[in-house]
Design a protein around this ligand. Structure first.
Ligand SMILES: Cc1cc2nc3c(=O)[nH]c(=O)nc-3n(C[C@H](O)[C@H](O)[C@H](O)COP(=O)(O)OP(=O)(O)OC[C@H]3O[C@@H](n4cnc5c(N)ncnc54)[C@H](O)[C@@H]3O)c2cc1C
Length: 481
């Protein structure tokens, strides 16, 4: 029998991971990407290992995000920036630190259960350190200490916070959680190299899928695509729609109805001169969509900081959240957003919004007001399946036997997405049942730091971001299992 041919449309984190995983199982993969590099859709910087950035979501979603993040961390360890996250609740916020304790304890217990199941899951350190509370006295004590160049302990990481955050503006205790950074350039660089090594995986860049014609009672389909100005077609046995916020366009082509939301958001890239200090990520809670929306301070090496501010003049946009209509599965963003995604931003808007992000953070870290605009923003549109805009843990859905649509909201959900797709491929007898849930990390041996560095920096250059953003800090709290 001829090997079944699998088409993956879209080379974001969902499509690239599907390509990597399924080609490792020996399937014949063709990955279509209309852009010129992989993992170049909306950004990600945070591994949501417990969903602690989101007060509004259920404990169940937080637990799912914890499990999925540990899975992802073990699969892509080279993309992880091993530094903790500090959660601070401003004094003028309606919430209290103690509102979070119940969930934090649940997450800590869940993490211990995952370690009991497989000791190699201990990738966030001891479960007793999953979170730690710091009183005002603890912070005042740390404030007296010198900043440590290569922080090792949790206390070391908190010294710069104690020095630089305005302690009058936040409530105590401060909460430190083991949620790490996730570097999209490194993830993309590694996956590009690995897919390139596989004889049974073809990645077609600058190739846009324009039409799909189901054949033989949907047993196969013909994909029509444009590659370098040329129209082409090929037949496939299984279709994976991994087109991110454009997922509904393929649903529409195939005549499938599915409700979804699409949201355009942006984070800002800043340079803070004189800062060779390693900071943890710091999140100042706030009510989304108001001028006091959450402020997120995400460090990269060499003084670069990515900033989110969940206010309408920073990360969020008026009419940036849209839903599909009754006759289409594709929510329609206004042309001004598509222009940003497909062409570029107006210079003055980059300047204005990045400066607004700097002053948002400066309310809590006054010294940060000297930070400057470093590059264009990291931005994009993401899909949220269904009608609930707060949904964070979601993976994939299916129509019939031969069509999967990837619907991740967070990057960490890609492996549970793959498991569900593999289950379908087993049913079709394309794969043996023994491979269900398999995690074969042997591909990591083909990667070395030089390759990752080279490719992730080249993705940064192609996309016009500072190449330092392709790096991670080298002072590691990485746990060797
Ligand atoms: C500002 C912002 C910050 C975020 N931060 C985080 C974070 O910290 N952590 C986290 O986990 N998540 C974060 N997210 C969410 C995360 O970015 C998305 O969940 C994730 O990138 C979605 O990946 P994807 O592969 O499904 O889609 P995408 O990355 O959008 O990939 C889809 C790909 O399909 C290609 N494509 C589309 N149509 C076609 C076609 N017809 N033919 C060929 N190719 C096509 C596109 O070019 C694109 O490359 C953030 C999102 C935003 C907007």
């Amino acid at each position: 029998m001829e090997k079944p041919k699998i088409a993956i449309v879209g080379g974001g984190v969902a499509g690239s991971t599907a390509g990597l995983y399924l080609s490792q199982l020996g399937l014949d993969i063709t990955l279509f990407e209309q852009g010129e590099s992989l993992v170049s859709g909306p950004p990600f910087c945070h591994l949501h290992a417990g969903g602690n950035l989101y007060r509004e979501i259920s404990d169940e979603q937080c637990i799912t995000l914890l499990q999925q993040s540990i899975d992802l961390l073990r699969y892509y360890p080279y993309a992880i920036d091993y530094r903790p996250t500090v959660i601070a609740i401003p004094t003028d916020d309606g919430g209290k630190p103690e509102d979070l304790y119940n969930r934090l304890h649940k997450l800590r217990n869940e993490y211990q259960l995952l370690i009991d199941k497989d000791p190699l899951n201990r990738v966030l350190g001891d479960s007793s350190d999953y979170f730690r509370l710091y009183s005002k006295d603890d912070i005042e004590r740390l404030k007296q200490k010198e900043i440590i160049k290569n922080p090792k302990s949790l206390d070391d990481w908190l010294i710069p916070v104690a020095h630089d955050v305005d302690l009058e503006k936040i409530q105590f205790p401060l909460i430190m959680v083991q949620e790490y950074g996730l570097n999209l350039f490194r993830l993309g660089g590694g996956v590009t190299y690995l897919l390139n090594q596989r004889d049974n995986a073809r990645v077609l860049f600058n190739t846009k899928v324009t039409d799909i014609k189901p054949k033989n009672n949907r047993e196969s389909c013909i994909l029509e695509y444009e590659q370098d100005g040329e129209k082409k077609r090929s037949k496939f046995d299984y279709l994976i729609n991994a087109t991110g916020f454009r997922t509904g366009t393929i649903d529409d082509i195939l005549g499938f109805k599915r409700d979804r939301l699409v949201e355009f958001k942006s984070a800002y890239v800043t340079k803070w001169e004189n800062s060779d200090i390693l900071y943890p990520e710091i999140v100042f809670y706030g009510e989304r969509g108001t001028p006091r929306g959450m402020a997120q301070f995400t460090p990269y090496p060499n003084g670069y900081f990515q900033i989110h501010g969940m206010t309408p003049s920073i990360t969020l946009f008026d009419k940036g959240l849209v839903k599909n209509s009754t006759n289409s599965s594709q929510p329609l963003l206004e042309p001004k957003f598509i222009k940003k995604i497909e062409h570029k931003w107006e210079e003055n808007e980059v300047e204005e919004r990045t400066k607004a992000s700097i002053s948002h953070i400066s309310q809590y870290i006054p010294k940060f007001k000297t930070a400057k605009v470093a590059s264009k923003p990291l931005f994009g549109a993401q899909q949220i399946p269904g009608v609930d805009p707060t949904l964070r843990a979601s993976d994939v859905s299916f129509e019939g036997d031969r069509y999967a649509r990837c619907e991740i909201v967070k990057a960490s959900s890609v492996l549970s997405m793959i498991d569900a797709i593999v289950e379908k491929l087993i049913k079709l007898k394309y794969l043996d049942s023994s491979v269900y849930g398999l995690r074969d990390y042997s591909f990591l041996e083909d990667l070395d730091e030089d390759i990752i560095n080279l490719l992730s920096k080249s993705i940064c250059e192609i996309r016009d971001y500072p190449i330092d953003m392709a790096d991670i800090n080298r002072s590691s709290i990485r746990q060797e299992p």
